[in-house]
Design a protein around this ligand. Structure first.
Ligand code: UD1
Ligand code: UDP
Length: 384
């Protein structure tokens, strides 16, 4: 029996750990699953809503770290997570994605010699100005088991000199959640509540600091949205960072004057899945939404200069438009004038709803291969 701590901290983590924890509960003779929530995200709409929508069990431990600077937040997670590891002595810790909580917990495990698995390993934007790229690079360097969502992840890790024995291609676990919940999402009343007709609106999400913390970039995106909104309404569930920046940058009046841009609070997973699956177009700077639109066959315009998820471009749904006003407008017009053929949805290898079981199998296989390779360092092992 393997005792595994599954870590989640921010919105995009919950839909990644939910299928893993569910699979561990199903395979209870092989796994004892614990959930640690760092509290990086804490608003009901950014955290609790996902526990409800994804049937995720209550966290066994809540670290309550909250917001902060990069160093402050990362250090707070490390300090709060270390005693949990010392107390629980897990066989494995599973971290997902690329947020500050991911790296913070990874460092704690590496220092205490506890086996660490990284789900969504190997993705690279090659843009080190993104905090997530730093989190991805460093977590992958110190993880014992690197679980990749697509073959480009294996290639990236190989090019960085990571031995093949540490890498397993398991597919995209976020898509396990999508496939499990899509039926329930179709029951959501969000379209009626927002008075939207299927295939007649666009969905927008924005939260990258390079877009929303920068007046110039945010302004260029708003210029493009003003033009696109002439063709169809745009629903905008605004991330708390983005709300805050709209106020701080003095953009509130401009945003309010755009009548076809409908700013709403972030919505839960089921409502968001319903919104995106029925949209004519999605505009986003999110990582996960590029992947979900690929599986749903919805055109996605990515408001970034690069992506760590090139497979979504290869599959034909995603366009990397950057933040140049005219490029965004041109990409949106192209997508609106040439709808994707419904019969032609291409889904990447192993984005099949069964990634969680492959992750569990990999944990067992690697443990059996190296039975005695880890152990929590005792107090006396740690430098004073
Ligand atoms: C974080 C991740 C990013 C991920 C995003 C998903 C890092 C470095 N960034 O960015 O990779 O794509 O989550 O949503 O880990 N806030 C609230 N309530 C909350 C959470 C945040 O009001 O529940 C506000 C606070 O003002 C906070 C700001 O949002 O300072 C930013 O939150 P933070 O977790 O630092 O980064 P995100 O931009 O959310
Ligand atoms: N999401 C959601 N409600 C929203 C916006 C996003 O449920 O209002 C979901 C979305 O379906 C995806 C995840 O949140 O599963 C993506 O998270 P986010 O964009 O915050 O982070 P990123 O993927 O960029 O790290």
């Amino acid at each position: 029996m393997l005792k595994v701590i599954n870590v989640a901290g921010a919105r995009p983590n919950f839909m990644k750990i939910a299928p893993i924890v569910a699979a561990m509960k199903r395979r209870a003779s092989e796994f004892q699953a614990l959930v640690v929530h760092t509290g990086q995200h804490y608003d009901d709409a950014m955290s609790e809503a996902f526990f409800r929508d994804l049937d995720l069990p209550r966290p066994d431990v809540y670290l309550n770290v909250g917001s902060g600077t990069h160093a402050g937040q990362t250090a707070a997670v490390m300090q709060a997570f270390e005693p949990v590891i010392v107390r629980e002595k897990p066989d494995w810790v599973v971290v997902v994605g690329d947020v500050n909580s991911t790296l913070a917990c990874a460092i704690v495990c590496a220092k205490l010699n506890v086996k660490l698995a990284h789900v969504e390993a190997g993705l690279r934007s090659r843009d080190r100005s993104m905090p997530e790229e730093i989190n991805r690079l460093l977590t992958d360097q110190i993880a014992d088991l690197l679980l990749t969502p697509s073959r480009d992840g294996d290639a990236n890790l190989g090019a960085e000199g990571i031995p093949e024995a540490r890498i397993r291609f398991v597919g995209n676990v976020m898509i396990d959640s999508l496939m499990t919940q899509l039926g329930r999402a179709q029951q959501s009343s969000v379209l009626t509540m927002l008075k939207l007709e299927e295939k007649s609106y666009a969905v927008l999400t924005l939260h990258r600091p390079s877009n929303v913390d920068e007046q110039a970039a945010f302004g260029r995106i708003l210029d493009a949205l003003e033009e696109i909104a002439r063709r169809l309404p745009i629903v905008f569930p605004a991330h708390p960072r983005t709300r805050k920046m709209i106020d701080e940058l003095g953009l509130g009046a401009r945003v309010q004057s755009m009548k076809n841009l409908r700013v709403i609070d972030p919505v839960g997973y089921l409502d968001f899945l319903r919104l995106t699956s029925c949209a004519r177009l999605v505009l986003t700077d999110s990582g996960g939404i590029q992947e979900e639109t690929t599986v749903l066959g919805i055109p996605c315009i990515t408001l970034r200069e690069n992506t760590e998820r090139p497979i979504t471009v290869e599959m034909g749904t995603n366009t990397i438009a950057g933040t140049d006003t005219s490029k965004i407008i041109a990409a949106a017009n192209r997508a609106l004038n040439n709808p994707l053929p419904e019969s032609n949805v291409r889904i990447p290898e192993f984005w099949d709803g069964r990634a969680a079981d492959r992750i569990l199998d990999a944990l067992i296989e690697v443990t059996l291969r190296n039975p005695d390779s880890s152990g929590v360092a005792t107090g006396s092992d740690q430098p004073t």
